[in-house]
Design a protein around this ligand. Sequence first.
Ligand SMILES: Cc1cc2nc3c(=O)[nH]c(=O)nc-3n(C[C@H](O)[C@H](O)[C@H](O)COP(=O)(O)OP(=O)(O)OC[C@H]3O[C@@H](n4cnc5c(N)ncnc54)[C@H](O)[C@@H]3O)c2cc1C
Length: 375
Amino acid sequence: MTPPCSIVVAGESIAGITAARELRELGHTGPITLIGAEDRGAYARPPLSKAVLKDDSSDSTLGYRLDGFDIDLVRSPAVTADVDRRVVATANGQEIGYDALIITTGARARRIAAPGQRGETVLRTLDDARRLRTRLDAARSAVVVGAGFLGMEIVSACVARGIPVTVVDVDPPLRRILGPFVSEAITTRAEEHGVRVVVTPGPATLAGDPVDGVRLADGTVLTADLVVTCCGEVPNTDWLAGTGLADSLGVGIDPACATAVPGVFAAGDVTCLRAGRGSRTPFWSTAVAQGKAAAASALMLDPAGPPLDDYFWTEILGLSIKVVGPLPPPGEPDLVEGSVPGGSALLTWLRENGQCTVIAYGKRIPVPKLRALAV
Ligand SMILES: Cc1cc2nc3c(=O)[nH]c(=O)nc-3n(C[C@H](O)[C@H](O)[C@H](O)COP(=O)(O)OP(=O)(O)OC[C@H]3O[C@@H](n4cnc5c(N)ncnc54)[C@H](O)[C@@H]3O)c2cc1C
């Protein structure tokens, strides 16, 4: 088989741009068309819940630079894919043929409002972040639904501005991702900062139309000036209807980022790795790793690395938390260097199968050094 000549990358963000760059790095000289959905172009999302919520000084520095990059850029969303004819159609009426297609259309915020209920606030895009910043400027109280990393970053933004905030979840903060030990430490820290942490026995719903509160599973309603929901994300696969490429978990990929359809590959938040029950890993480093792997596979080369990168970071209540290794870590760490209550510690979990998770909890450490500790 000959390597593909023309390649379409659908989705202009970190996974898509990484894939397009990698195609050139690996020597592909044929046409690459990158399809983006946002007029302003692509930008990094991690700062949206960190720097962007503080002030507008970083708004103009988030964009990715594409100058000097030999690609055809189409800024109009993909609306259909015909995988038999190998054609992607965009909203502006273009039909773009491909020999290989790399799907990188990411995900959108999962919403929990009832049908027709207005005013749910989420955070996924730069516009969402700007709107939320304006709301934070005026809010005198806030409730955040979802105590994952995104919810806790928004809680942190409220604390930094002195806004009384309640966080609601069916699990304690960050427990699903960082395990019981770090969850307990973060909960204590949050409460010390005046955050009210509510663990509800069943899913919370939104109250009011427009939304002005949160109804807990026992019927209690918490009202606030600002209600933000951080309840996960939904892969952007609507445009792939009828192709058999996606289900509710996303576009299924194998470890080489190949889908079940010949000539079609996928990377980033849109994907679900089909191993065992299938798993989604909607994190930055994995989007980069998969972008590279998908590019190699599209060129019929063996990917240089695995389709998962288990480095992850967040910033919560003034602490930078960096993690390498499988999540969530179980129980108490085997090694603690430094002080968790003091806000600077290195935590290590060693598993019987030899795998290791290392968390730098407020401790400054270069990422390569952290990675080396987890090997
Ligand atoms: C606020 C926030 C903070 C985060 N912080 C962290 C963090 O601290 N650490 C971490 O590891 N991860 C973090 N993440 C997750 C990380 O940003 C994502 O894992 C990463 O952005 C995924 O990249 P992606 O390219 O797969 O998808 P996305 O970033 O979702 O990009 C997909 C792109 O495809 C476009 N698109 C959608 N539909 C179409 C279509 N039909 N046609 C064409 N284009 C389309 C979208 O407009 C978008 O530009 C954060 C995410 C958010 C939202």
